[in-house]
Design a binder for this molecule. Sequence first.
Ligand SMILES: Cc1cc2nc3c(=O)[nH]c(=O)nc-3n(C[C@H](O)[C@H](O)[C@H](O)COP(=O)(O)OP(=O)(O)OC[C@H]3O[C@@H](n4cnc5c(N)ncnc54)[C@H](O)[C@@H]3O)c2cc1C
Length: 406
Amino acid sequence: MTDFSLALNEDQLTIQKWVHDFAETVVRPAANEWDEREEFPYPVVEEAAKIGLYSFDFFANAMLGDPSGLTLVLALEELFWGDAGIGLSIFGSGLAAAGISGQGTPEQTMEWVPQCFSYENGKLGLGAYCVSEPDAGSDVSSLRTRAVYDEAKDEWVLDGTKAWITNGGIADVHVVVATVDPTLKSRGQASFIVGPNTPGFSQGQKYKKHGIRASHTSEVVLDGVRVPGSHLLGGKEKLDAKLARAREAGKTGDRQPAMATFEATRPAVAAMAVGIARAAYEEALRYAQERHAFGKAIIQNQAIAFMLADMATEIDAARLLVHRAAWLSRNGVYKNAEGSMSKLKAGRTAVWVTERAIQIHGGYGYTREYPVERMHRDAKIFDIFEGTEQIQQLVISRAISGLRIE
Ligand SMILES: Cc1cc2nc3c(=O)[nH]c(=O)nc-3n(C[C@H](O)[C@H](O)[C@H](O)COP(=O)(O)OP(=O)(O)OC[C@H]3O[C@@H](n4cnc5c(N)ncnc54)[C@H](O)[C@@H]3O)c2cc1C
């Protein structure tokens, strides 16, 4: 019996190495500078675009071209091994693209997804996925941003404020989740495309963050924003049918749009966290071999070596959950919220491993002279966005119990 195998195929190994080389030679050397500048790293993302890493083709092939579902998570682990802030700037547009391709018609997907990943005449096209609001983060069923249909003009009018939006305001394509019928909570929501230079759409405050500081995060404000009827993802007929079902039966089989997107992207986000954890572990292993105290390398103390042994074990455990979830997600056979399990484990692992890496570096680890300090700040977001630690626990506990745990 030799059926069980974790071996990667030739294509996967080639892509893994290609992304690793880019992360090592271009991303890692730029990490400190862009963390300090707290700005979107345009020159680095342009380099990624020039080699085809920042592109719709790469994203689509990595997501859909590999039936095992592993190519995307392998690529993300390598890129975030290079740097998380820059990595998110390169792949932040992916959430918008996933939202469009998941909820849009084939025509909408063909029109808008390439604009989230374009690089033409020296200009990058970026995407942003706008769900969260100042008073609705985890509780996406209580969004206040309203979408009202103007039948005479076949236009939708959007009003509201979105909070914490990656690439918010600097993106060319914003996917905005808004409520069409607030009485139906999440079942009354729909997603809209807001294209470039749309009147009434503006960037609000830009957040100053703890980590992933090379990634741009802002509020976006929608003040009487008008978009054509064709910008409703999935189309009006489908939305009307969904709303009618929800009103009549009081329930619908449709999942809320934001939840559907997040479910599909969780293993990918978990892979990013694994990349950070591995980077910090490697730094700590090297440092423990080089640093001497009491006449010997510090790794010769069990206290340090065992810490490293635990770090390596936790990272491998997280990666295995990520690969399992990626495979299950690609093949449509999630059973017990395995995507949420991978995200929960990987986020916690990244925070714990990066903290231990600082411990192994002693005082030096607490300074910006060594990258583990940045990695620790970067890791924390993986307990928060794309569903907090507690929201993952909620999803898992509901899946394993079949009960509506509150
Ligand atoms: C850097 C950054 C980038 C982001 N990018 C995006 C983006 O591109 N697009 C987007 O739409 N959003 C984005 N977000 C928003 C992110 O998804 C939310 O911050 C996150 O979902 C948590 O929402 P909240 O901040 O409102 O916290 P809250 O929902 O208010 O949660 C506060 C605390 O309460 C806990 N909690 C809440 N409800 C429950 C419950 N039922 N049971 C147990 N505990 C609970 C939470 O786990 C958390 O610990 C980003 C956030 C950050 C910080």
